[in-house]
Structures are given as C-alpha cells and as structure tokens.
Design a protein around this ligand. Structure first.
Ligand code: FAD
Length: 201
C-alpha cells in the first residue's frame, strides 16, 4: 500500500488554493502529498466554459489574491505570464470569460503537475488502527480508465468534491432536451437555430 502524509481529493479551486498556500509558505506537507482527481485535467466546469460566458463573481476572488495580492498564483500573474495583461486591462471588464478563468486554473495546476494524479478517483475511506492507540486513514482509489483499484494510507485527507449536477425529478423528462447547465456544451453542439434554450438556477 502506498503511503502519503496528506491526500487531497479533487483538483477544483478549493484544493488548488490550498496547494498555492502550501507552496508559498514553503510547507513540508507538500513533500508527501498527492491529489486525486477523477477527471483528466483541472479545467473548470468545461461544459460551460464558453468565451462569451462570464464569471459570476469578482476575479479578485481567485485562488490567491485575497490572501496575498503579490502571490505568483493570482489571476493577474497568469495574465502576465501569458502576455494577456495589457489586453485584458483594455477590455475594461472585471468579469473574465469562464474559458479564460478555466485556463487560469489549468495554468496553476501545472505548477503541481507532479502532485496531481488525474484520472484517479477516491471511492471510499476508512480508519486503520495503528498502535499505540493512533489511527490513519486508508483511501480506496480507482483508476478511471482501467478500473484498477488500490489503496493509499494517509495521516490527513482533504475532501473538496464540489457539487454533483442535479436535475429535479419533475424536470428530468427528456435527456436529449433538458440537460444540466454543467453539460450545456453538449446541448449547444447539437442545437439548431430554431431550438429554444432556457436556464434555471
Ligand atoms: C454550473 C456552475 C457554475 C458556477 N459558476 C461559478 C462562478 O461563476 N463563480 C463562482 O465563484 N462559483 C461558481 N460556481 C460554484 C463552484 O462550485 C465554485 O466556484 C468552485 O468550483 C468550487 O470549487 P471546489 O474545488 O469546491 O469544487 P469543484 O470545482 O466542483 O471541484 C471538485 C473536483 O473534485 C473532483 N472530484 C469529485 N469527486 C471526486 C472523487 N470521488 N475522486 C476524485 N476527484 C473527485 C471533480 O472532478 C472536480 O474536479 C459554479 C458552480 C456550478 C455548478
């Protein structure tokens, strides 16, 4: 069984923000840490990451700015690295596209490429008694493509799974016409100009 000091489940903004903290603080926790992510990248809500669909909150609520405006992991650091800073400032818009924000999260995730195991899902967690009177956690993982199951033992587990898309029963009438907004791109691709699209939040 593999052993890690700390195991993070999910590579969404919550755990990416945690990684940026640990990195900036020079924390030794990073030395024995692994992130399990069941998807194959850190893209943010890819099903709605359109160029003309905007972020719903201030970009200053990125992964690092409120904690440390001088952090190398802010949205502005990303823009500067991609040589987009000048262009972005002249758009006069404080709400970047969801696509650009998703690109930012992928950019941050690449600093931790050797820590994040993509395509690996956590399926269960249990305590393991360790003498004398201590416990560790054992997380069962599943390789998404091969289905292989294995276990990782860890002292600490951080679970940041986000939300599961949910369609109320009374609306789940026709999956070809009613989709959760998280999968909007699959519907848009198949939508002709005379079809109607309504969103509910
Ligand atoms: C459609 C939609 C639009 C949104 N728009 C905004 C917005 O504009 N602004 C805003 O601030 N917030 C928005 N939110 C809220 C959003 O939830 C948060 O912004 C943010 O994504 C939450 O981060 P998180 O890391 O907690 O969860 P998530 O971003 O959901 O990330 C969780 C990650 O965990 C992974 N995961 C889940 N289960 C497992 C498992 N068992 N094993 C391994 N990996 C697993 C998932 O694949 C995912 O990558 C939106 C949410 C939704 C659903």
């Amino acid at each position: 069984m593999q052993r890690r000091k700390t195991l993070l489940v999910g590579s969404g903004p919550a755990n990416l923000a945690l990684l940026t903290c640990l990195k900036e603080w020079g924390s030794s926790v990073l030395e024995s840490l692994e992130v399990l992510e069941r998807r194959d990248s850190a893209e943010w809500h890819p099903g709605i990451a359109f160029e003309d669909s905007m972020l719903q909150v201030s970009l200053f609520k990125d992964l690092a700015f409120l904690r440390n405006p001088a952090s190398p992991f802010t949205f502005f650091s990303f823009l500067r690295d991609k040589e987009l800073l000048y262009h972005f400032i002249h758009t006069n818009n404080l709400y970047p596209s969801r696509k650009l924000f998703s690109d930012y999260l992928v950019w941050v995730s690449r600093f931790f490429a050797n820590k994040i195991s993509f395509g690996k899902e956590a399926v269960a967690v249990r305590f393991r008694e360790k003498p004398p009177g201590t416990q560790t956690l054992v997380v069962t993982t599943r390789d998404v493509s091969s289905g292989d199951v294995s276990e990782i033992e860890a002292d600490d587990v951080v679970v940041s799974l986000g939300h599961e898309p949910y369609i109320p029963e009374e609306l789940a009438v026709d999956s070809s016409r009613v989709v959760h907004s998280n999968f909007l791109s699959s519907l848009v691709g198949a939508t002709s100009s005379n079809r109607r699209m309504t969103t509910r939040s």
